[in-house]
Design a protein around this ligand. Sequence first.
Ligand SMILES: NC(=O)c1ccc[n+]([C@@H]2O[C@H](COP(=O)([O-])OP(=O)(O)OC[C@H]3O[C@@H](n4cnc5c(N)ncnc54)[C@H](O)[C@@H]3O)[C@@H](O)[C@H]2O)c1
Length: 335
Amino acid sequence: MKIGIVGAGLQAKRRGPIVLQSKHEIVSITAEHLDLAKPLAKELGCKPVSNWMDVVNSGIDALLVCTPPHVHAQISIEAMKKGIHVLCEKPLCTTMSDAEQMVKTAKENNVILKCGFNHRYHPAIRQVKKWVDEGQIGEITFIRSIYGIGARPDVQKEWRSNPKIAAGGQLMEQGIHCIDLMRWFVGNPNEVVCLTSTPHSLIEPLEDNAFVTFKTEKSQLVNIHSSILQWKNHFSFEVFGTGGYAIMDGLGGSYGVEKAILGKRDPFGPFAENIVEFRGGDVSWKLEWEEFENSIKTGKEPEGNGTDGYESLRMVFAAYQSQREKRTVNLNEAK
Ligand SMILES: NC(=O)c1ccc[n+]([C@@H]2O[C@H](COP(=O)([O-])OP(=O)(O)OC[C@H]3O[C@@H](n4cnc5c(N)ncnc54)[C@H](O)[C@@H]3O)[C@@H](O)[C@H]2O)c1
């Protein structure tokens, strides 16, 4: 396949080399300014072009949209109208109407739209999902997840602090991964209650801290805490069931060793856990790319598709609505 990339920042640097390893050709890349695209173009052996339309028009089969969220919709929609498959970074875009349009355009043009939800492809979360699907912990009763980082000193100067560019604050930027995982495990919840804050004005007016609780039709509670004030990076996704618990802890690197932990309910025996530690680098980007590649080949919808991108965006906006209106929001009514 011939691939194009829009954006030449952190995500393009992560995804570009994976595309090359899979023996596809990267044809063109752009960034906000041509000069910003040149160094990565050189590394990836492709042509730097001056704007995203030139990438879309460079004879490509698939496009990686690795820009900040405010331009995800426009770029993805134009590409899909030309029959180009799109892997678009999360959050899918910045408004529900754009998200709806993106999903609709993919369907109308019979192309794959995948949202960048790489956390689904971490081996530890796949192990946890396997245990849960096998019934090892019985029926899910509740989930608790934490995604915490320490904000970079100059975060105020980044697009992540600009509400005209970002779709939201920390809950939207990182917490959305936990929301996507929640939906993967228990489907769409019915209700949400959320409190956010900006206590240290790091990315004001966007939140730097969010505590969110969802409730499903089966009364399962899901609590998510997302923060840029955690200072030591932390990721955990803990699933509790009637017969035990299955936990993902760490993401490798600065988040600590990636582990999957299984514990069984046993009121009398000594506490015992099955702990699986995953070594080596982060394979999630490679596995996510392979899923996208395979979907293009087979026409089968990928995990973390456009609809998943749409739904997770809807969940975050409903959480913000709860914070704004100081009430529990019914997700069946939230738009
Ligand atoms: N899955 C993950 O874990 C993960 C991690 C980080 C970022 N992201 C997401 O990836 C996206 C990009 O984030 P990033 O960290 O790579 O940002 P970044 O700031 O490092 O890079 C953004 C790139 O987009 C370019 N750009 C901006 N506006 C443009 C435009 N109009 N046309 C063409 N290029 C444009 C910039 O020049 C830059 O090269 C965001 O949506 C972010 O939320 C996902």
